[in-house]
Structures are given as C-alpha cells and as structure tokens.
Design a binder for this molecule. Structure first.
Ligand code: NAP
Length: 286
C-alpha cells in the first residue's frame, strides 16, 4: 500500500512561508499584489478564481478581481491587461483560462508584461524555463516538484514518464524533471504502447484530463504517482486521471484528487506573486 502525498499539508507549509515573507516585505515597503481576470462564467474557472482570491486574503497579498462578461472582446481584454501592466499596486496578472472563443489566448498571454506573468506562460518565461534560468515557474509543475521533493525520492537518473504535452502542464513538467536529471519520456495521444512505457516509470505524472485513465497495471511497483487530473464527474465529484484504488496498491507514493496537486498550484501562484513583487522592487528573487 502506498503513502499518500498530502498536498493540503505541504501547500499549507508553503503558504505559511509566503505569509511570513509578505509580512516582512511589507515592513520594507513592498506590498505584493495580484490581479485575477475572469471572462465569462465557466463554473470551474469561477471556483479557481475564488480560491485564488481567498488565498491572497489569507496570506496578506493585495488582490483585485475582474469579472468580465462572456461577450468581452479581445480588444477590451487587451486594454485591461495593458492597464494592469502599468498599475504599480499590481505585481502579478493572472488571466484565467480557458477564454471564450472570440479571444485568442496566445494574444492575451503575449500581452502580459513578462515580469508580471505569474503563470509563466509568456514565451519569454517559457524560453527561460527551457534554458533553466527563470524568474517564475508555471504553478502546477512547480507545485508537483515540491510534492515529489516531499517524498525524499531523488529524481536524478530515474525514469520519469509524463502523460500529456500541454503548454500548461506536460511540457514544462517534463523540462523541470529534466533539469533535475531525470530521464524523461513525454507521452501523448499518438503514443503507441503507452502502458509498456508507463510500467517503466519510477516517477509517473498523469496530466491527461480523462477520469481513471491510468489503471493499476500501468504502474510500476514502487513508483511515485502524481495525478494532475481534475475531472468533474456527472455526480459532481472530482476525479483524477489515475485510478487511485488500483494505483495505490502498487505505488510507493501517490497524490489524491482532491487534496494533491490542486492546492499546490495555488500556493505556488502566491509564491510567484511575491517573487514578482521582489523583482519589480529591484530585489533578487531569492
Ligand atoms: P490538455 O491541454 O487537454 O492536454 C491533455 C494531454 O493529454 C494532451 O497532450 C493529450 O495528447 C494527452 N492525451 C489525451 N488523450 C490521451 C491518450 N489517450 N493517451 C495519452 N495521452 C493522451 O490538458 P491539461 O491542461 O494539460 O490538463 C490535464 C489535466 O490536468 C486536466 O484534467 C486538467 O483539469 C488538470 N489540471 C489540473 C491542474 C491542477 O492545479 N490540479 C492544473 C492544470 C490542469 P495530445 O497532445 O496528443 O492531444
């Protein structure tokens, strides 16, 4: 039976450290601030935006929330981003994805000032991550790195398999594992013999978006299994990409859904906002 990696507990530790740093920075005249922008009324996005606002409040981070109607044009959203780029109280800008179809996500991401891009989706930040010399790390993969670190299992030299190659999770995740000297395989919908590959994974990260996609027979005995999936079932329950009951029979460590990767994503966003505030005040990110 595997040990559960408690994302709630680990994220609480990260948040505590961030809250202490925020309090210290305020005594030095630096007040970290985050703007969260939501276009439309996607119920899942509303929940994420609400959690981010609440986390800011808890940690003493100033926050502004912009709720725009679903019919907002690309031009209107660009105008808001431009305003936030120049607003001194705002150090981090997060535009909640997905955006309605009349708005090109890439155009919006590219418009965010890279130094305020706390999601680390702007091409400048993506490029820096590739090189390994970055200001911010994307929230979900960075949170996962903290979860893996909490197990004490070293990534160096291990077979790491990431299922999913999205710009938000799969690709940056693979890069972070590579930076830690993992031997990384990236799988996607065209991958052949997926189970054969995943069965060789010492560290398996599933970011597919399909409930219970990873079954027990796809997991190597003793593997660390990270479930990124957040799938809403018809009964309203959240379900991961990994069949938890089966995989936990074989894994050494496993993340639950909910209570695994999700809370870490928000904690990392808070950390990135503080980093952005420090950089904008001319400090180092450390
Ligand atoms: P995405 O953009 O839809 O990407 C899904 C990836 O899975 C794609 O690369 C796709 O391959 C691959 N895939 C689909 N079917 C597959 C199959 N049969 N075999 C192998 N690979 C397959 O999703 P995402 O944004 O990366 O998110 C993935 C999941 O993580 C979702 O459930 C999302 O809600 C969740 N998520 C959670 C958090 C969090 O904080 N916990 C944050 C972000 C995302 P192709 O590229 O070939 O299409």
């Amino acid at each position: 039976m595997s040990k559960i990696i408690d994302g709630k507990q680990i994220s609480a530790q990260v948040k505590q450290a961030v809250a202490e740093e925020v309090a210290q920075l305020k005594t030095e005249g630096i007040h970290p601030g985050l703007a969260v922008v939501l276009v439309g009324d996607n119920p899942a996005s509303k929940v994420y935006v609400g959690s981010k606002e609440k986390a800011c409040e808890q940690l003493g981070i100033y926050s502004e929330k912009y709720l725009l109607p679903g019919e907002t044009t690309e031009e209107e959203l660009l105008e808001l981003v431009e305003k936030l780029n120049h607003k001194p109280e705002i150090n981090g800008i997060l535009v909640q994805l997905p955006l309605p179809e009349q708005i090109n996500e890439e155009t919006i991401i590219n418009a965010i000032d890279p130094i305020k891009d706390v999601d680390a989706f702007h091409p400048n930040n993506v490029g820096k991550i590739m090189i390994g010399d970055f200001d911010f790390l994307p929230c979900t993969p960075a949170g996962i790195m903290d979860l893996i670190a909490s197990t004490g299992v070293s990534i160096e030299g291990k077979n790491c398999v990431v299922i999913g190659r999205s710009n938000i999770v799969g690709k940056p995740m693979s890069m972070l594992l590579l930076h830690k000297n993992g031997t990384v395989t990236i799988c996607h919908s065209r991958t052949q013999n997926l189970a054969e590959i995943t069965r060789k994974a010492d560290i398996l990260v599933a970011a597919v978006g399909r409930p219970n996609f990873v079954t027990g027979d796809m997991v190597k005995e003793g593997a660390v299994v990270i479930d990124v999936g957040m799938n809403r079932l018809e009964n309203g329950k959240l379900c991961g990409d990994v069949n938890f009951a089966e995989a936990s029979e074989r894994a050494s460590y496993i993340t639950p859904v909910p209570g695994g990767v999700g809370p870490m994503t928000i904690a990392t966003l808070m950390r990135n906002t503080v980093t952005a505030a420090k950089l904008q005040a001319g400090r180092s990110k450390e």
